[in-house]
Design a protein around this ligand. Structure first.
Ligand code: ATP
Length: 378
């Protein structure tokens, strides 16, 4: 939590929940976003991302908890009394107004003089790469261009915080990719705090300074994209962020072992003890060598290659261990690789630093359970 001399959080959620009748959409969330941070809320459909964002925007009231913006309690304030703007997936542009009138709309309502409002609008249209489009109607723009207008309109009031709810949802994959880079550049330039909701893990990882992975209404993991990808705290998080090999381990006082008895050491995820623990390794971290060529040590076993797929930049191998766990491994095609074929017996190994222990998964977490891991802005 915030210490007296820590910089004030731009957004802070303290024990925020939202129920709809008996259904719990958001369950006791604690979040702190630093000023100027690009923060993503990531998770599958229905996990509570949009409800969380709507509570920050004032479109939904929390059932419990407090929301602060720059230290000010706004929990029960209506949207227009909060220093935030929202960009929705649908853009919500006025179809009968020109681009420039769409962008100046909020300023004009705040009684900013027309000339001044238009000057500012042109600056923001420049920023989003749309100078010269001011007199067009939204219907004369592509989806990506409409999205930029919506962004310019949201930024032109200089809100302290911008909320973005799947703003790229309507764009095709290629435009999405270039808009992601663009949005990150714009966010850096304007220095406004962004709270960005998406179910697309690559979008969140490529743009966010930090991200929170939500599952069934609670925050399951929170940290930098690299930390959450490399050292996820649960199997759900590991698998939501990309492909992950998950191997059961048996653990006792003498350490953790694979089903074939080989020792397992991992630098992350705590010390397994008892039943139900697993070790996770990303496919690109798995090393494959001809059978019998790996020196003995922990984190190695043997497997049979079942499928090899050449993907151009990389090759994907599927393997099965002697006890029946299926594994996936990616290898960059950097030249000089040993060819492997289906049916080959191989040594499989990985570094302790590239793997993480995963705790037993509770099949039905108690509704009042605390999130398994939390971090707050320093
Ligand atoms: N107004 C409402 N009335 C009843 N239930 C609601 C309401 N709004 C949301 N919910 C429920 O709350 C849960 C969380 O919804 P929310 O829209 O926050 O999820 P999400 O993670 O944003 O999903 P998506 O990615 O599909 O938009 C869902 O089970 C949803 O059905």
């Amino acid at each position: 939590m915030t210490t007296p001399d820590a910089p004030q959080a731009a957004i802070s959620l303290d024990g925020v929940s939202r129920r709809f009748g008996d259904a719990v959409a958001v369950e006791r969330i604690d979040l702190e976003l630093a000023a100027g941070e690009f923060f993503a809320l990531l998770g599958p459909s229905g996990c509570g991302k949009t409800t969380t964002l709507r509570m920050v925007g004032g479109f939904e009231l929390p059932t419990t908890g407090r929301i602060r913006l720059a230290g000010k309690d706004v929990t029960s304030l209506p949207p227009h009394k909060r220093d935030v703007n929202t960009v929705f997936q649908s853009y919500a542009l006025f179809p009968h107004l020109s681009v420039i009138d769409n962008v100046t709309f909020g300023l004009r309502r705040k009684a900013v003089a027309k000339a001044e409002a238009e000057k500012r609008a042109h600056e923001y249209l420049d920023l989003v790469g749309l100078s010269g489009f001011g007199s067009r109607r939204p219907s004369q723009l592509s989806g990506g261009q409409q999205q930029r207008v919506a962004l310019a309109r949201a930024l032109v009031n200089h809100p302290k915080v911008l909320l973005l709810d799947e703003p790229m949802g309507a764009l095709d994959a290629k435009i999405r990719k270039s808009m992601q880079l663009e949005l990150k550049r714009i966010q850096r330039e304007v220095g406004i705090t962004f709270l960005y909701v998406t179910h697309d893990q690559s979008e969140a990882m490529s743009m966010a300074d930090r991200l929170a992975v939500m599952n069934a209404g609670h925050v399951e993991d929170l940290g930098s994209p690299q930390r959450v990808y490399d050292r996820p705290v649960t199997q759900f998080v590991a698998e939501f962020l990309g492909t992950c090999n998950v191997i059961p381990v048996e653990a006792d006082a003498s350490g953790a072992r694979l089903p074939d008895g080989g020792a397992v050491v991992a630098d992350a995820g705590g010390t397994p003890s008892g039943a139900g623990w697993r070790v996770g390794i990303r496919p690109e971290k798995i090393r494959i060598d001809p059978l019998g060529t790996r020196p003995s040590g922990p984190n190695r076993t043997t497997a049979t290659v079942t499928e090899v797929t050449f993907l151009g930049a990389s090759t994907e191998a599927r393997l099965v261990t002697a006890w029946g766990t299926l594994l996936q491994a990616y290898k960059q095609n950097a030249g000089g690789e040993t060819t492997i074929r289906p049916g080959d017996e191989v040594d499989v190994s990985w570094d302790a630093s590239q793997s993480f222990f995963l705790p037993p998964t509770d099949p039905s977490p108690a509704p009042e359970a605390e999130p398994e891991s939390k971090e707050v802005a320093a």
